[in-house]
Write a protein that binds this ligand. Structure first.
Ligand code: FAD
Length: 476
């Protein structure tokens, strides 16, 4: 069997990479070990995924039709005095209408939409096919060994292999070693409830995050009646925890007043895919390398950070876009392989590192709300009042003068040409870059809008092609 590209895993990272490569006419085989739909954690999405990547993939209408809960922002009991505060994307005059929203998704439905879309775009999707190992010839990955649903051993050779097989990857160690975060040594314990309260409109679809003495809770409305509830505690607190420990989850809920209040009339679901109490530990890490000759890592197989800012699916789908650009460029013999994958890894690592950096600051719950606002104003350099700076920061438009998700054509050229601050603090640079990436995704998603005279992010680096699906050498 032969394909141009084999993608391992049919999660958001794998489906996105496969679809964006197939869109350039290449033969893609996607191997997924399960039969979808399957349960997954990771339900709160960001606007960059919903309004950027999903538009690029052409699934906007399907997402709408799925009736996912609309997420307008977040409500936090966080900081020194734990008073509740809410940010709403739409409270910024620079984010408008539905571009100021994301979705809370049942992953069984969301992942299936993306996988079926890959199929529709020509990807040869095979479920219940498990990759067992890589084929390596003279130091280059050139195919995969896998088993089919009958348990038969099979082989497929390929020009490139994308490992998007998630946190339990068997093959990422070919590229490098997994290094666990020293800072985020946490344990998450989570389950599902029926009949939980909703925040008052228009915040009923918000993610609710509540800190308490042992850690913090997420509370994500997935339908008018279904709620995802999880606690994140330090590994020290979580030493005795184990999957299935419903009593431990209830004990933590009792200690966290806002969550206890929201669940006062709710019952825990005990049957079906949402019936288990699940646990994840050591989930903040990065691989020492995200690539090897012929192999590229995307999503949780490469890296992941603590979920407080719901960045997992964003990082997976953004990495998929970067990997697809690199592979498309190489398959068409446009640029040397090494420069394409250097670009991939540099951009991906920068995105990860900057989320990580801001998260470390946000985890300092000893600050009060005003100081978060002021921190937001400082890191974004916003000319507006601090609370507006904060909203715009979490909405991904923390730089003055543009609309990351509002699609202001007038402001695009200035933004794309704007120099990235190389002085000042690192957080400021983080948000400048984050903003740009959001805008770039939007540009690609906009039919007919072509990128113009973009500057490389790194000295000697590449820029996206006009259609956003390849790399190009920047004009002199
Ligand atoms: P996955 O979605 O894990 O997909 C990998 C796929 O590969 C799976 O379908 C698997 O079956 C398949 N596979 C595995 N091995 C093989 C093999 N050998 N052969 C073939 N197929 C294989 N993210 C958010 O965006 N928002 C959140 O609110 C959020 N909350 C989270 C809470 C917790 C506690 C944790 C731990 C994570 C959370 N995440 C969240 C992160 C999110 O779940 C992941 O980042 C995201 O699912 C990564 O997508 P992926 O495509 O890389 O991997």
């Amino acid at each position: 069997m032969r394909a141009d590209v084999v993608v391992i895993g049919g999660g958001p990272g794998g489906s996105t990479a496969a679809a964006l490569i197939a869109m350039k006419g290449h033969r893609v085989l996607l191997l997924e070990k399960e039969q979808y739909p399957i349960y997954k954690v990771g339900e709160s999405l960001l606007p960059s995924t919903v309004r950027g990547i999903c538009a690029l993939l052409g699934v906007t209408e399907e997402m709408k039709a799925a009736n996912f809960i609309v997420k307008r922002g977040g409500t936090f009991h966080w900081g020194k005095d734990l008073h509740p505060w809410t940010f709403s994307f739409s409270s910024s005059p620079r984010m408008e209408d539905e571009n100021a929203t994301a979705y809370q998704v049942e992953r069984m439905k969301f992942d299936l939409i993306l996988l079926n879309n890959a199929r529709k775009l020509g990807v040869d999707v095979r479920e219940r096919h498990t990759v067992t190992s890589l084929s390596v010839t003279e130091g280059r990955v050139d195919g995969v060994f896998f088993t089919d649903p009958e348990g038969q051993a099979r082989f497929c050779s390929a020009g490139f292999v994308v490992d998007a097989s998630g946190w339990q990857t068997r093959v990422a160690n070919h590229a490098g070693r997994r290094v666990l975060s020293e800072f985020f040594r946490n344990v998450a314990l989570f389950g599902y409830y029926r009949g939980g309260e909703r925040l008052p409109p228009p915040c009923e679809g918000n993610i609710l995050c509540a800190a308490f003495e042992d850690g913090w809770f997420w509370y994500i409305p997935l339908s008018p009646t279904l709620t995802s509830v999880g606690v994140v505690v330090d590994k020290q607190h979580g030493r005795t925890l184990q999957a299935g420990d419903a009593e431990a989850l209830e004990r933590f809920i009792d200690k966290c007043h806002p969550i206890r209040a929201m669940l006062s009339n709710a019952e825990r679901i005990t049957e079906g895919p949402y019936g288990q109490i699940r646990m994840r530990t050591d989930y903040s890490y990065q691989n020492t390398s995200f690539r090897a000759p012929g192999l590229v890592l995307v999503g949780d197989s490469a890296c992941f950070i603590d979920p407080v800012f719901s960045s997992g699916v964003h990082l997976a789908t953004y990495a998929a876009l970067l990997a697809a650009r690199s592979i498309n460029t190489c398959l068409d013999n446009r640029l040397p392989e090494d420069s394409c994958f250097r670009e991939f890894e540099a951009r991906y690592r920068r995105e990860y590192a900057r989320f990580y950096e801001f998260l470390v600051a946000f985890y300092d719950t000893n600050n009060d709300l005003e100081s978060y606002y002021w921190h937001a104003k400082r890191v974004t350099g916003s000319e507006f009042e601090p609370n507006r700076a904060f909203v715009e920061l979490l909405g991904g438009i923390g730089e003055s003068g543009e609309t990351a998700f509002g699609l202001s054509r007038v402001l695009f050229p200035e933004m794309l040409g704007a120099p990235v601050a190389e002085d000042g603090d690192r957080s400021r640079r983080f948000f400048t870059q984050l903003l740009r990436e959001g805008v770039k995704m939007q540009l690609q998603a906009q039919k007919g809008l072509q990128r113009e005279s973009e500057q490389p992010l790194f000295s000697g680096g590449l820029v996206p092609s006009a259609d956003g699906l390849q790399w190009a050498v920047p004009p002199e």
